[in-house]
Design a protein around this ligand. Structure first.
Ligand code: SAH
Length: 263
């Protein structure tokens, strides 16, 4: 059942969102002087999966078969997708499918998201090297690692304790020192580190949790799938304007695993 979750649920209905501004020079400087990025990139230099990853990015993310208007074009996002070793985030028996563009089960009824969706959501956040991002739904830690390649700090919350534990260990092993994993119900966000420059929710919620809106910095974005569990949901882009006004846009139909709540 969960095998089909966290992927676009069909042809996108709305027009493509505008590209965010590129953080050109600042980004180049930051990537030269940022040890976690370098560590992760160098580690993968003799990686036999590099070519598969390149192909995935080229054929499914930079030019998705379901519509050129949904191509992910942000160079930093594409670089992150080419760098993060997705095969380290999937169960060993699914290794051969690690670079297919689809979600895969990771145990506990959960899934690692489809690579295209990870890239698309990351691009929507419009984040750069100075930013601090909150993720709800750590799962395997893959989305957190992709973000960690781009931003200064990632805070991520996972409700299933064994998943939080294994994601924390995996991210540490891969050298992502700028990710902090917490076990708990992400509905309430993580007040201690708020406000965030972006928030990403990777489980389908019935509504946008108000505490997350509160913890979003003015001028920042949140990406969240909203809709009924185990059905098609809508990927929403939410922007908190400088004056505090909330604007939201429906982007595409998706299928995510449900946002659950602690008893
Ligand atoms: N981002 C993940 C995919 C996550 S699947 C990755 O890259 O692998 C969605 C995850 O959200 C699941 O692991 C699920 O346990 C978690 N989740 C669901 N409800 C949650 C909640 N209220 N708080 C935190 N995590 C939650």
């Amino acid at each position: 059942m969960t095998r089909h979750l966290q992927s676009p649920a069909g042809m996108p209905r709305t027009s493509a969102v505008s590209r965010r501004a590129v953080h050109g020079l600042v980004l180049a400087i930051a990537s030269l002087s940022w040890p976690p990025i370098q560590a992760a990139a160098q580690q993968e230099d003799d990686d036999p999966h590099r070519e598969a990853r390149e192909r995935l990015v080229r054929d499914h993310i930079a030019s998705p078969p379901f519509g050129a208007q949904y191509a992910v074009g942000d160079e930093e996002v594409l670089r992150a997708m080419r760098t993060v070793p997705r095969h380290r985030f999937v169960p060993p028996d699914l290794l051969s499918q690690a670079y297919e563009d689809r979600p895969l089960p990771i145990g506990h009824g959960q899934t690692i998201s489809q690579p295209y969706i990870v890239a698309f959501m990351t691009e929507l956040l419009g984040v750069g090297p100075e930013d601090r991002v909150l993720e709800i739904g750590t799962g395997s830690g893959y989305q957190a690692a992709v973000l960690a390649e781009i931003v200064a700090q990632v805070f991520t919350i996972e409700i299933v304790e064994p998943l939080a534990r294994s994601a924390r260990a995996r991210l540490e092993e891969l050298g992502y020192a700028n990710v902090v994993v917490r076990e708990g119900d992400g509905y309430y966000g993580w007040q201690e580190h708020a406000p965030y420059d972006a928030i990403i929710v990777t489980a389908a919620a019935s509504h946008v949790p108000p505490p997350l809106l509160e913890q979003l910095r003015a001028g920042a974005r949140m990406v969240i799938p909203v809709g009924p569990p185990f059905q098609v949901q809508t990927l929403m882009l939410i922007e908190k304007r400088a004056d505090g006004r909330i604007e939201q846009r429906s982007l595409m139909p998706v299928r995510f695993v449900p946002f659950t709540r602690e008893e």
